[in-house]
Structures are given as C-alpha cells and as structure tokens.
Ligand binder design. Sequence first.
Ligand SMILES: *Cc1c(COP(=O)(O)O)cnc(C)c1O
Length: 363
Amino acid sequence: MDSSLQIEVTPTPSPVSPERLAEILANPGFGLHFTDHMFVVEWTPEKGWYDARVTPYAPLSIDPATAVLHYAQEIFEGMKAYRHEDGSVWTFRPEENAARMVRSARRLALPELPVGDFVASVDALVRADERWVPEPAGEKSLYVRPFMFASEVFLGVRPSQHVTYLVIASPAGAYFSKGPQPVSIWLSEDYTRAGRGGMGAAKTGGNYASSLVAQQEAIAEGCDQVAFLDAAEGKYVEELGGMNLYFVQDDGTIVTPATSGTILEGITRSSIIELCGKLGHRVVERPFTVDEWRDGVASGSITEVFACGTAAVVTPVGTLKWRGGSVGEGDQTGPVTQQVRTALVDIQYGRAEDTFGWMHRVV
Ligand SMILES: *Cc1c(COP(=O)(O)O)cnc(C)c1O
C-alpha cells in the first residue's frame, strides 16, 4: 500500500532497560505501560499532513485553549500487533481500521488521513518498538492506539485548523487469565449512546464519555458491562459500551444487530460474519429486540450470547440484568462462542491458515 509520508525516525536516547521490559512483558495488564516511541504527524489546511515522525515517547505540551479540550473534536482507533511463533510480527486488517478512521474523520469534520499513510504510521511505530511486542504465549499482544485531535489554540466553535495525529502502543496481556469468563450485562434504560444522525458509528471519545455514567450504574448493579438500546424506541439492542453483540439461536442461526448509523461497525464483528460463513453457521444481521434476548434466554431458544471487539476478541455473555429482573446465568463458554473465538485467534497468531488474507506483516 502506498504512502507519501516521509517519516523521520529519531530513536530514544533512553530506551527502557531489557530487565524492566522483561518485567513489563511478563505481566503487562492493559493500557498501563507505553513503548519507547510514538508516531506524530500534523495537519493544516495549507500544508496538508506534514512533519511525520517517530520520536521518543513523551508528554505533549497543550495550551489550555486547545480546541479538543473544549469541544471534543477527537477520533481514535484500536488494533493489535501479534507476534507469531517464528518471531514475525503482524497486524490484523489494518486497512479496515484506516478506512473506519476516514469515516470517523468525516463525521467529526477532521481531515482524512489516507489509508496508506495510516498503515505506514502503524508499521513505523511497531517496527521502532518491535521488542515491545510480547511472545504469543497467553495471547499477549501489542495494543496500538492511533488517534487524531483538534490541536488548534482557539475557542471559537468550528472545525480545527490545526490537527495532530499520533500513534502510541502498549503491551497487553490476555484479557482473561483463566480463559474467557462470561461477563454479566446491565441493561441501560435511562441512558442511550447514539441517536439518529448522531456519532454512534464514529469511533470518538465523546461516545465513551457519554457511556461512563451508564457503566458506573452497571458496576453498582453488580454487572461487568452495560448494554445500550436504540434511542428512538428503547426496544432494540444496539451494543455494549465498546463491544458488538451476537446471539446464537437453537435453530443454528446467529443474529447480530444490523448497523444503521448508531452502532459502531466493529472489525471483529464483520470478521466474525465472514468466519461464520466458513464455519458453516448462518449469520443474520437484523434489528434484534431486548424482548427477544430476554425471552430467548428464558425459553432456551437463544443458546449462547457473546460480545466481540479487538481488546477481548470474543467474550461470552452470562447474565442479563435490568431493573426488576434478570435472565441467564452459567459460567460456561458455549461451543459456538468457543469455536468462533479459537478460529479468529488462531488466524491472528498465525496458528491457522489465513484464507481471507487478513494478516499484514510488519516485521
Ligand atoms: C471499537 C469499538 C467496538 C469494537 O470494534 P473492533 O473493531 O472490533 O475492535 C465496538 N463498539 C464500540 C463502541 C467501539 O468503540
């Protein structure tokens, strides 16, 4: 893929010591430790994208009047770099993240970073910080976070005339130390995450900001995650705060809520649709009501529910709880959930043939 960016690389004079790095990679957690470098490129309407560089990881100096701090004009992506057994390093469908960032940019009136430049930026950082990509054992990976924000110093309300795009990276451990554990879900009936014409399909910090109070409520109710319903009728299941949902039915079909502008189009979600075809499962994308979820679990016509996203890949859903009741328990991962999860993870870690051409070699 082509990129016209001239990326200048300045290696850090003080890389993390091999001993400290080994300590971090042994137990990385999530989003806690950052690599030695970061990628930066800036934009103005006159210059376009300029000054692309890989530089030592460091705090940014932000003027208090920087636009993003006031009006939240910001978008991001989330992806992973995987080390295979032979030592090579790969990303998963990076052009999909790039294309989604272009769509998010349009919605937030931010400049578009060309797909080739996005992929080149991630490749450049992962190559510079290759030693931070953990060994594959225990499903460890390097989580990569590209993001773009309004960096103009101006309090007027209009699209920023100075924009900064960065890529940072953080080693990530297995989401579940003892294999996937079912999560419990709180049904949010007071809050929604996206309405018609809103930002639901964009990967932007504002969607997360608006989900936090609902997530707080979920925790207070003893649940792990929150599920949102459509804003218009409060009838259809949309998604979790940061993961898409799948429902396995006893007739063998698998249903996932159709995306129509209010649901984030997960790359894990769309990959699972293709993967299920190959595994011989029929996937239907359609509106799915919360009553179907409740009644289906209660009657047994829904045999498994799972959530999916880059961070946790595929996660079984146990209990659904709402004000006044709950259905489902179980501490098991269902067979379809397990099969889909294994099929996907095996491609990502190079243990299964990549028949879809999803993997992109970086190192
Ligand atoms: C990122 C995200 C997802 C999952 O997308 P993936 O591309 O699969 O990681 C789902 N929902 C929301 C709201 C998200 O921000």
